[in-house]
Design a binder for this molecule. Sequence first.
Ligand code: OXD
Ligand code: MN
Length: 590
Amino acid sequence: MATAPDRPAAPTHAPENLRQWVLEVAARTRPQQIHWCDGSDAEYAELLRRMTAAGDLLELNPKSFPDCHLHRSNPSDVARVEHLTFVCTVKRDDAGPNNHWMAPAEARQKLAALFEGCMKGRTMYVVPYCMGPIDSPYSRCGVEITDSAYVAANMNLMTRMGAAALARIARDGSFVKGLHSIGELDPERRFIMHFPESLEIQSFGSGYGGNALLGKKCHALRIASWQAREEGWLAEHMLIVGVESPKGETHYLACAFPSACGKTNLAMLIPPASMPGWKIWTVGDDIAWLHPGPDGRLWAINPEAGYFGVVPGTNEKTNRHAYEMIRHDTIFTNVALTADNEPWWEGLDKGTPKFDWQGRPFDPARGPAAHPNSRFTVSAAQNPSYSPQADAPQGVPITAIVFGGRRRALAPLVYQARDWAHGVLVGAGMASETTAAATGDVGVVRRDPMAMKPFAGYNFADYWGHWLKMGGRAKKLPGIFHVNWFRRDAKGKFLWPGYGENLRVLKWIIDRCEGRAPGLDTPIGAVPTRESLEFSGLDIQPSTIDELLAVDRDAWRREVAEIGKYLESYGNRLPGSLANELSKLNSRLD
Ligand code: OXD
Ligand code: MN
């Protein structure tokens, strides 16, 4: 193999500030050895081999799932922990009511005690990574120090990690410092702390993706959203999808939905048979960094290089591309196993589970076989619909921004905001039912502005102010829309088939932006006329369409009152123009 995993010395091109920091951390955490990751295939294979030998990974059936492995988490460590996630700014108000806050000095003291000697007997991995294409001016780098081989291997799939990132760090001179230890995986000794003012992250006591793969939520959303405000761009919880029409015209949409609400499925959508000639290109499935481009449009890059997706529900019909791409070279976390050593999950339309996600003989009385938040980690390059533009340094131009949530009532299938400022209100007023992606109750409607409730690294009031300002920075702004795939009838049945059929809605959105689709003006925005949505080949009753597109004024008045109360909780930091948008909406409803 190209590199020995235990090589202690820093690579020659590692900058001095990085070497110094690594030595300081090693002196505090006292690992047995230090391994600087180079990101090579040989290194990845060696990491997997070691974890398998140690029992941290199980090799799956090599014939049907070649080079796939299963990792079983500690049962108390299977999701993001929002109540243990802190933004540590000098002033409490800068973190805002949307974040848990701790004073930086207090947080550092707590963490220092936890990290002291925590890597004894372990290997300390130094993981240099680049969020975004290596040669993009919009990309940003970081280094994660971790004592988890699982984290190092996942970072290899999820980011551009290793030698090329290190070379860029040496060029840039600055990087986000991420320090991570699994500690004892004790929920009582678990903290995910962010110091946006000094570009630092410290995470202790969890090995779960969103808590431990620091490039993802911690860097690319919480720290990056802070940097984006300072530098005039946006770091958002959005997929980026290219929609190519039969005429060969491609439009890119950036869509913000809360965790586990179908971003990966939408990013890899398979067009229905009744819409021949349409193609979908995935640029990203979770995070978008948006910059005003020289042509006045917003341009987006996906800072990630892989997918950390929810497994349950994935099958040939719901997401054929994901289903195919996770059949080789994939790390599964917390899925069940069949007797043939194949991964199994709820919603897979074949096979039977023999062992549940904890490795116990499967007993339906104990709940689902796969954990509802079980995940796959896979390189984006394995996705059959991976867009060649995903590596473009300038990113892709965004035609429309789409907000959405999981709402069984109220929000119509799709509506369009009247303009940018109204669109910011639509995003700020978003609410969605909670899912298994974070610990806590599932199915409870909560406010989740721009799908960023768990991820905005600063006060939401300032964040909305920044969004409003961005409206003045780009001359050709994308249209802003809201969708809801999850509306149900009185009996609880979904009204809309979703999945591939969502393309019909994306087509209307693009047509609207291109000025070629009529809309019906309502107080909340424009909804499609029945004729302007493409329904050919879809078995749906006209009355269902009417129900999907209906705007119930009374219910909306109640909703707007709720949104008003929520926005008021941000006090006098709330931008006046947002409050103004809300009163305009109120008057339209009257
Ligand atoms: C994720 C999440 O893992 O949003 O992407 O929780
Ligand atoms: Mn996410």
